[in-house]
Ligand binder design. Structure first.
Ligand code: URA
Length: 149
């Protein structure tokens, strides 16, 4: 399961997460480690586009959190990758992606890790290799820790 921040304009129009530029980048990263978009569950913390595409406020994240927790319950993911500080804040209560990376957490009993948001990679392509490292780490975790039995 991959968790982003909030829909952008493209996502709001189509009603699907990560269908714009950040989504294309995400798909290309997934495909480079042999994962298709269809093999992962992609969602956002916030379910509608914040006014002016601003970053969601903490109280908005808190308001949407129960929906995300319910999604996790229903999707029963093998592992969760929190992409960006809003996703980290929603499920871990902390925002600093840099200090949360490379650590293993548990969210409702599901192994979870934190990485950069794909939009951050669009702004700073040097982050792509770190994102790929994190994607590989979570896919390893996913294959070694099947907590669903
Ligand atoms: N950024 C997000 O966090 N989510 C999307 O769906 C698209 C861009």
């Amino acid at each position: 399961m991959l968790v982003g921040e909030a829909p952008g304009r493209d996502e709001d129009q189509q009603g699907r997460p990560f269908v714009g530029r950040a989504g294309k980048l995400l798909e290309s990263c997934l495909s480079s480690i042999g994962l298709s978009r269809e093999s992962v569950y992609i969602t956002n913390v916030i379910k509608c586009r914040p006014p002016g595409n601003r970053r969601p406020k903490s109280k908005e994240i808190t308001a949407c959190r129960p929906y995300l927790l319910e999604e996790i319950k229903l999707a029963r993911p093998l592992a969760i990758l929190l992409m960006g500080s809003s996703a980290a804040y929603a499920l871990l209560g902390k925002r600093s992606v840099v200090s949360l990376r490379k650590k293993e957490f548990a969210v409702q009993g599901v192994p979870a890790m934190v990485t950069f948001h794909p939009a951050a990679i669009l702004r700073n392509p040097a982050l792509r290799s770190s994102f790929m490292e994190d994607l590989l780490a979570i896919s390893k975790l996913m294959s070694t820790k099947d907590t669903r039995n």
